[in-house]
Write a protein that binds this ligand. Structure first.
Ligand SMILES: [Mg+2]
Length: 208
């Protein structure tokens, strides 16, 4: 049973609260940071290189994760000409924006759930605005399960597991990526059209 009472039922479909992660789900994090890195350091990194969680700095000249993230933050000498963090200009995944628009048009509520350090907050908000993400609710938090949703979509195993702990009755979807693995009692989603179809089915079931 869902513990939400604010959703409405229209035309035999219940509108659902959809907790949507950004990086690795809506925003192509690896393609974005690699484009910036390649341009700055004259390299040719490809997103397909990343096959494990936090498998980032080994593909660069940075000696450790800390140095990578300092560059990524846009601060310090290593950042070169950039005045923003990598989160400001990540490319959206193909189909992600159209899928979110379709879900919002179906009266589902898109709730953004993204873990971000303080230095990335304003770039993330600017990114959401630039791409006209159809949301009225943005939570930049590591405790995604603290935000009640009917369906969650994430690509990070640690978030999927924590959400499951916090929300035993929610539907939780894993966006299948090379850097994650199957998680107990989550639904695998391989592409955005899969997720839209799942939400459509779920809203129909709930309304029946
Ligand atoms: Mg993510």
């Amino acid at each position: 049973m869902h513990d939400l009472t604010t959703n409405c039922v229209t035309a035999n479909r219940r509108s659902l609260r959809l907790g949507i992660d950004l990086d690795g789900v809506v925003a192509d994090f690896n393609r974005g940071w690699m484009a910036r890195y390649n341009a700055q350091f004259d390299t040719r990194l490809e997103p397909e290189l990343v096959t494990a969680w936090d498998d980032l700095h080994p593909h660069t000249h940075f000696s450790d994760t800390r140095a990578f993230w300092r560059w990524a933050s846009g601060r310090g000498d290593a950042a070169g000409p950039h005045r923003t963090s990598i989160f400001r200009d990540l490319p959206p995944y193909p189909e992600a924006l159209a899928a979110l628009a379709a879900l919002a048009a179906q009266k589902h509520r898109v709730v953004i759930l993204s873990q971000k350090p303080d230095w990335a907050v304003h770039d993330t908000l600017a990114w959401l605005a630039e791409h006209r993400i159809p949301t009225r609710e943005v939570h930049l938090t590591s405790r995604k399960g603290s935000v009640a949703c009917d369906v969650y979509l994430d690509d990070a195993n640690h978030h999927l597991e924590a959400i499951r702990q916090a929300r035993p009755s929610a539907q939780i979807c894993r966006f299948v990526r090379p850097w994650n693995r199957p998680t107990e009692s989550t639904i695998d989603v391989h592409k955005w059209t899969d997720f839209v179809r799942f939400v459509d089915d779920e809203s129909s079931i709930e309304a029946s």
